[in-house]
Design a protein around this ligand. Structure first.
Ligand code: NAD
Length: 432
């Protein structure tokens, strides 16, 4: 007869269905408190699982035999990395060559056929790629589709074996929804707001150089740029004059005439950024000119968390500073928001940097500098949570574009030994 728990199934469940929310909350609190992270804690849990198997061997074997009537014996195994097949790569406009080539290298290296969809917004690169790139590749394994949202939407109705998307979280959702229809696996390289914590124990000039360099690089149109600074009001007072002189040194007294400062990609983004200049109070910069889509390297202070500049990814040369009173408050602030693509912490104390690293989550992390971690092919690059899923660069690209096929090969020898698997099961062959 079927086994029924005394008092009904619900009485035995660890999670009662009427209190799932409470249980999930309890588990989340354990996780947030960092309990599951120390190696000792993990080892203890694994030891517990080992004891569970040893202590209950007989019980478990009997249950397996009753449920499934089978056992398995594995010998040598290996992983065969195989290309997925037909891969779609969708590219944004902000690094239109790099974000085309780096995934493309991984996809082709792994042996896939590729459909490439460059960004229609960086239209000059789109044209060059369309005209020139196909000449260098075997046309039987490579194709390009040009167009914007509408054409990409039509493309996404087709079945692909893998989709690699770089772009905004909004479009990332559209891509993942389309992929789900065919159960197509995806890598989503998305954006978001990357916090930059500046501890009181810092040299303001060094921080100003490094933060300004990475914030204003490519006119701020970088997915891993430090998006906002978190620091105490005292550090802000020290940082502002340092940022002022750094910006003047980098771009001159009139940044508009600097050959080292780019322009905003198009009018739509220019207008969006101009709107953000109205948040908080302009401490440095703030000038703009629609006629050549110029926005000065800008620092905003007195910014509220609820203002648009703290709600959306800035993606331009604007750096808001948000005041926090302590490291704990900074970490709370970071953890209240979506998980960022990159996180930066500046402090002369390695303990403070380690604390920020240990008590937060982000796609990548860099202590005391900007997005240097992204430049190393030895490190995986990718987001977590709302900043994306999957990773690439270097060997990780090859792995991303490969299916890891678990394989077992066995010869026809030793049949006598293997024959213990076969029914009928008698006490004698079970003892062998
Ligand atoms: P986007 O999401 O608007 O566009 C990306 C691609 O998707 C383009 O090729 C575009 O044609 C296509 N697209 C746009 N709308 C679509 C729709 N409705 N349906 C289907 N396809 C659509 O992004 P963007 O403005 O080109 O790039 C900026 C964003 O990309 C930022 O959020 C930035 O953080 C992110 N980004 C992330 C990385 C990373 O590596 N994680 C790198 C660069 C940029």
């Amino acid at each position: 007869a079927d086994w029924e728990p005394p008092g009904g199934r619900a009485a035995w469940q660890d999670i009662r269905m009427d209190s799932v929310g409470d249980t999930l909350q309890r588990l989340r609190e354990t996780f947030s408190a960092g309990r599951t992270r120390p190696a000792e804690f993990r080892a203890t849990q694994l030891e517990g699982l080992g004891r569970f198997l040893r202590d209950n061997k007989q019980l478990l074997q009997e249950a397996l035999a009753r449920d499934l009537r089978k056992g398995t014996q594995l010998d040598r195994a290996f992983i065969r990395k195989e290309p997925f097949g037909l891969v779609l790569i969708i590219v944004p406009w902000n690094y239109p060559l790099n974000l085309t080539l780096v995934p493309l290298v991984g996809a082709l290296a792994a042996g896939n056929c590729v459909v490439l969809k460059p960004s229609e917004i960086s239209k000059n690169m789109e044209q060059v790629l369309a005209e020139v790139l196909p000449r260098y590749l075997d046309q039987s394994c490579f194709a390009m589709v040009l167009g914007g949202p509408e054409e990409t939407g039509q493309l996404l109705e087709h079945r692909f074996d893998y989709i690699f998307f770089t772009g905004s979280p909004r479009v990332g959702r559209i891509v993942m929804t389309a992929a789900a229809k065919h159960l197509t696996p995806v890598t989503l390289e998305l954006g978001g707001k990357n916090p930059c914590y500046v501890d009181d124990n810092c040299d303001p000039e060094t921080v100003a150089n490094r933060v300004a360099f990475f914030r204003y690089f490519n006119t701020g149109q970088t997915c891993v740029a430090p998006d906002y600074v978190l620091c105490s009001p005292e550090m802000q007072e020290r940082l502002l004059p340092a940022l002022q002189s750094t910006i003047a040194r980098f771009f001159g007294e009139d940044p508009r005439s600097s050959p080292n400062l780019g322009r905003i990609i198009n009018d739509k983004h220019f207008q969006r950024l101009q709107g953000l200049l109205g948040c908080g109070r302009v401490a440095i910069g703030g000038q703009s000119d629609q006629s050549d889509r110029y926005i000065a390297p800008t620092v905003l202070v007195d910014v509220q968390e609820t203002e648009p500049v703290m709600q959306e990814e800035i993606f331009g040369p604007i750096l808001p500073i948000v005041n926090v009173r302590s490291l704990d408050e900074a970490i709370d602030f970071i953890n209240r928001r979506e998980k960022p693509l990159a996180l930066y912490a500046f402090s002369k104390s390695s303990e403070v940097v380690k604390q920020v690293l240990a008590r937060t989550s982000s796609g990548g992390f860099c202590g005391n500098d900007g997005f240097m971690h992204v430049s190393l092919a030895s490190l995986p690059f990718g987001g977590v949570g709302a900043s994306g899923m999957g990773r690439y660069h270097g060997k990780f690209s090859f792995d991303t574009f490969s299916h890891h096929r678990g394989c077992l090969l066995r010869s026809q020898g030793m049949e006598k030994i293997y024959s213990i698997r076969y029914p009928p099961y008698t006490p004698r062959n079970l003892r062998m």
